[in-house]
Ligand binder design. Structure first.
Ligand code: ATP
Length: 232
């Protein structure tokens, strides 16, 4: 389809100390594409996020971001490659206000104003401590910098965790909007049927490997949801 590859993992192995938890993972993500990584607790999904951003070292294989081999680069040297991570738990600072949290990513007032226009609820709560926001508002706070300044690749680990279905729909709407700007999204979810509608490709992880991957259009969504995503 011609869109450029923005993220590529090739034969990636990773370990915590002596314990290897990724055993040769290969993935490709193109501009404007959404790849959903699904699979049980402990399968290695969060570890893949760490491998992409540099928090978890790779013991074998390569990671390429925007055409550059970043395998050995520390996290701060990957920011320029355009990878932005929203970790599990959202990565916001609960003891800072909404505005202070946004300032870390959006130092310019104009950019923060843009965030408040996109997420009016954040504007109303800009002086409030982030830790006192609802789960959905916290996820919006985590997403806002990416929507104002779209990264090449957004990595988002379990954005729907603990959120009500209506709020999940709002979060996924924001991700859809971001994708439309050309941002590629690596989306990690354990069990949310929402990924079926958003993702172009779904990769199912089991014990440190991609057990299978398929274009969403080629899979039976109902069967997938009932078989793998824990919806009954
Ligand atoms: P979850 O949804 O529970 O986060 P996951 O698929 O994201 O699951 P990972 O968090 O990547 O899985 O964990 C993969 C394996 O690595 C697990 O066996 C886990 O116990 C182990 N692991 C994760 N982080 C560490 C760490 N910091 N030190 C040691 N082992 C770890």
């Amino acid at each position: 389809d011609g869109a450029s590859t923005v993220l590529e993992l090739r034969g990636v192995h990773a370990a915590y100390g002596a314990v290897e938890v990724l055993h040769g993972v290969s993935l490709t993500l193109r501009a404007g594409e959404v790849l959903a990584l699904i699979g049980a607790n402990g399968a290695g999904k969060s570890t893949i996020c760490g491998v992409v951003t540099g928090g978890v070292p790779v013991t074998r294989g390569t990671v390429r971001l925007g055409g550059q081999d970043v395998t050995g680069l520390p996290p701060h040297r990957r920011v320029r490659s355009g990878a932005f991570l929203i970790p599990e738990g959202r990565g916001i600072f609960p003891a800072l206000t909404v505005d202070e949290n946004l300032s870390l990513w959006l130092p310019s007032t104009d950019d923060r104003d843009a965030a408040y226009r996109r997420f009016a609820v954040l504007g109303r709560r800009r002086g409030q401590l982030a830790g006192s926001l609802s789960g959905g508002e916290q996820q919006m706070l985590a997403l806002a910098p990416a929507l104002v300044k779209p990264p090449a690749v957004l990595i988002v680990d379990e954005p729907s965790l603990g959120l009500a279905p209506l709020v999940v729909a709002e979060v996924y709407g924001a991700l859809e909007e971001l994708r439309a700007t050309g941002t590629a999204i690596l989306l990690v979810e354990e069990k949310a049927h929402d990924v079926v509608a958003l993702a172009d490709t779904i990769a199912f992880m089991a014990v440190g490997r991609v057990a299978w991957a398929a274009r969403t259009a080629d899979v039976d969504a109902d069967l997938l949801v009932h078989s793998y995503l824990g919806i009954s």
